[in-house]
Design a protein around this ligand. Structure first.
Ligand SMILES: [Zn+2]
Length: 378
């Protein structure tokens, strides 16, 4: 039962935080006529057969023959409509993953797409492309940062066609810059072999591992700061309640030591970070945080500048507060900020951090599909 095998491998990677944090990642299985792909808003960790959308591959293939509007918003809406129309009857209540087209074009029965921090240590690094080419010379594709959706699928499709034409085979590893990795094989065991190769090869090149061990809070009660953040965020947003979650570990102490140290984690590396932890974390100086009204002022100014209450607030020398309109959203902000911290540490082995560009960050922030995913995740 291949759908059952898909469920099992989805749970296998989905429940391992080295591969999947919060709702990230998606998986698929395909035969000749149909593709089963993860539905948007479901989680790999507790995947069930009903969480996959059965798609008509003929209808998906016809998307490549069509011409879409040049305007990104109109184009993505039109492609989404065609993708929805490719669901087989009975699947109308599900929304296929935004990466469905990409899954469909990869010529492997099983495809597992994840955003592991270790792998993103390469995909989000200054020398990532050269390092990936050297480490995976046997067969891998590097896709430069590209807006997700139809355009990304098209870029990968063209790159795969070129690769096949030049080398007479297809790569089973596709690195997406500032995003993650796709791995494919015709059996789930084969997928595991590919992933082990990826993780072991990159892992062998890491000079320093992130240290997320808990640190004693030597700066007094973070609860007072947390309480103030909670109250101010609620009054700014106009919502009755706001949630915060505090975290302090060895890396957070290191990165919040000064505004300069914070630079390595001050922008988003990948779409996941934007969606859950926000594209612009607020850094508050210890002196400002300690002064009367300092936190209120800093939070207010940052919200006015960016247009949204920040999802992550770092206080110098103290740690990081995840913020959100629900407990889960606040916890996810911390989880994904910690993920960004891990990515930042891993990039040290590959030339240092490379953030998403402001244009790409804006695209994700405004993307209707990502908004849907955030809504579902809360
Ligand atoms: Zn992805």
């Amino acid at each position: 039962m291949s759908l059952q095998a898909l469920v099992e491998i989805s749970r296998f990677y989905g429940s391992n935080p080295d591969y999947v944090v919060a709702g990230g990642g998606n998986t698929s299985f395909k035969g000749r006529d149909y593709l089963y792909v993860k539905a948007s808003g479901t989680s790999l960790a507790d995947a069930r057969p009903g969480d996959f959308v059965k798609m008509d591959r003929g209808a998906l293939a016809r998307i490549w023959g069509k011409t879409y509007p040049a305007d990104p918003g109109e184009r993505e809406a039109a492609v989404l409509a065609d993708m929805m129309a490719a669901r087989v009857p009975g699947e109308e209540n599900k929304r296929p993953s935004v990466e469905t087209l990409l899954h469909d074009i990869l010529p492997f029965a099983f495809v597992v797409h994840t955003h592991p921090a270790l792998v993103n240590g390469i995909t989000c690094a200054q020398n990532g492309k050269a390092c990936a080419a050297e480490l995976f010379a046997g067969g891998s594709l590097w896709i430069p940062s590209t807006n997700p959706g139809y355009i990304l699928s098209k870029v990968v499709k063209d790159a795969m066609d070129d690769y096949r034409a030049q080398k007479g085979k297809v790569p089973d590893i596709i690195f997406l810059q500032n995003h993650g990795v796709f791995a494919g094989a015709n059996t789930t065991e084969g997928v595991k072999v590919v992933y082990d190769r990826i993780m072991n090869t990159i892992g062998g090149k890491i000079k320093r591992k992130p240290d997320l061990s808990e640190q004693q809070d030597s700066f007094g009660n973070s609860g007072a700061t947390g309480g103030e953040l909670m109250a101010v965020a609620a009054s700014i947003s106009g919502q009755a309640q706001w949630f915060v979650k505090f975290e302090r570990n060895a890396e957070l102490v290191r990165f919040t030591a000064s505004e300069d140290a914070f630079k390595a984690v001050s922008r988003a590396f990948s779409p996941d970070h934007i969606v859950y932890a926000g594209s612009e974390p607020l850094f508050i100086d210890a002196a400002v945080a300690g002064s009367a009204g300092g936190i209120r002022e800093a939070l207010k100014n940052h919200t006015e500048k960016t247009g949204v209450v920040p999802k992550t607030v770092a206080v110098q020398g103290l740690g990081v507060f995840g913020m959100g309109s629900s407990e889960n959203a606040a916890a996810n902000a911390v989880r994904l900020f910690n993920d960004a911290v891990k990515v930042a540490v891993y990039t040290e082995s590959f030339g240092g951090p490379l953030f998403m560009s402001p244009e790409q960050t804006a695209f994700i922030t405004n993307w209707e599909v990502e908004r849907y995913r955030t809504k579902v995740a809360q």
